[in-house]
Design a protein around this ligand. Sequence first.
Ligand SMILES: Cc1cc2nc3c(=O)[nH]c(=O)nc-3n(C[C@H](O)[C@H](O)[C@H](O)COP(=O)(O)OP(=O)(O)OC[C@H]3O[C@@H](n4cnc5c(N)ncnc54)[C@H](O)[C@@H]3O)c2cc1C
Length: 532
Amino acid sequence: MTGRTALPELFARHWDVVVVGGGITGAGILLEAARRGLSALLVEQRDFAWGTSSRSSKLVHGGLRYLKEGRFALTRESVREREHLLRQAAGLVEPQSFAFGDYAGRKPGKRAFLIGLAIYDRMAGQKSRHYFGREEFAALAPNVAAGGLQGGMVYTDAKTDDARLVLRVLQEARAHRGVAVNYVAVESLLRDGRDSVSGVRLRDGLTGELHEVRARLVVNATGAWADRLRGRDDDGAGPGRGAAPRLRPLRGSHLVLPAWRLPLAQAISLMHPADGRPVFAFPWEGVTLVGTTDVDHKDDLSREAAITRGEFDYLMAALRDQFPQLDLQDHDVIATYAGVRPVIDGGKADPSKEGRDHALWLEHGLLTVTGGKLTTFRVIALDALKLAATLLPELRDKLAPQPLFGADAPGPLRYGRALPAGQAARLQGRYGPLAQQLIDAAQPGELETIPGTQTIWAQLRWAARGESVCKLEDLLLRRSRIGIQLRGGGIEILPRIRAICQPELGWSDQRWDAEQAAYLALWHAHYSLPTS
Ligand SMILES: Cc1cc2nc3c(=O)[nH]c(=O)nc-3n(C[C@H](O)[C@H](O)[C@H](O)COP(=O)(O)OP(=O)(O)OC[C@H]3O[C@@H](n4cnc5c(N)ncnc54)[C@H](O)[C@@H]3O)c2cc1C
């Protein structure tokens, strides 16, 4: 990790590439640039994965809904990337079995769904789909509504921890000498005499210091914020220079329930009874996630997105319809979160009908890369490099895809004390060759799992020690996901977290108290149940 004292020296260098934005798109581009020998710096205005990349539905999937819309190329690309990630990032990207009930009179019916799944399977070169009769399906997916149930389909997709995926990709980029720094915002673009972007003006979010950094190429990987940076002038005003906005920010929100309250053997995919939109619920890291909505996001993008009462009620209505006998109540929800999709504005009346492809624009030397999906980040990064090669000719014969990970192949983990079942693979997936150091750093009792999650205490120590944690929210919402997995954002276990992490972070008692107060205020405003 880059110590912040080294920042002035880093900013004084002349870089081949500066990537703006520390979500999955920026992380993927940093990795693909660095492994091809370019000097590459990534800056993120808040924390790594702070934007949409920690607030997605966490599925690594082809997207059956895209198939339904006839978007074969996007689905094929996504399915292939899913398979690549399952192989390359085992333990971090994992298969997830989905069940979809076939109800009399509801669409899509058995025939249409099975045709879609057959195409899906064919794209992946496998057969994961099965149709089960009513009794068998009810046993596979207990608690689903029984009225009108005729049977159901089961198929396989995949899931991940989105924020940890970003961190794992950044770790790999660092192994190739890429540099990534959080809490550094690009305030404006620098331009040369020919009006071409030649660098960025940065502000260190922790000290307030300003820096100018020169680069042969600046990549705008700021997701839903991309229109803000495009065409921004040296004086920080923007958008200027003819860069008309192209994005339509769409919010998607989720509910989190404890696994015991909505126990699922399989992920459940369903069509919302009100509007026929796809909604799912799936087991994730010790909790059950439910999502998602798709509404225009009109709020100021500098504020974190949050679920509205309307979205909350919409998702609860889907749950009550699909799981009537569980009698789910609002207070069963332990947390919520909302993210903003960077969707290219196609002018459609229904937000859900807007395309989900990625887009690249090279404007006055600024390469903007936005849209797309978490699943396809590697494809997006390679497309970005192809366009970058028009400005960086040394890339032209280095554009072939490479396996995602592998800078340092990890050996089998050694642990003298008991590691809970499944943790070795989970840790290797998340930390790659650093997993052994994480285990070795554990103090007695820290290999145990934090109840209600699949996180072990040692992950917190490791994050506090060396994962660029600048604020308590970084530790609880992105290095770990405790903030969305435990009621009250994990307030009950904050004393033990403090005992482990405060010395590692070197924070005074006063600093810890202030961080804790700020974190709890943030949690109540953006991750709790809506008040009205
Ligand atoms: C509700 C929802 C569900 C989704 N579910 C899935 C899913 O299940 N599977 C899937 O494959 N995809 C999914 N997606 C899509 C996927 O999450 C996004 O496509 C992806 O995360 C976008 O990544 P990004 O890096 O482009 O943007 P972000 O993750 O938003 O990263 C952009 C970053 O740029 C930073 N930034 C902005 N301005 C500046 C600046 N001036 N200086 C420095 N930094 C700046 C921001 O702080 C932000 O962290 C979902 C999206 C949403 C909203």
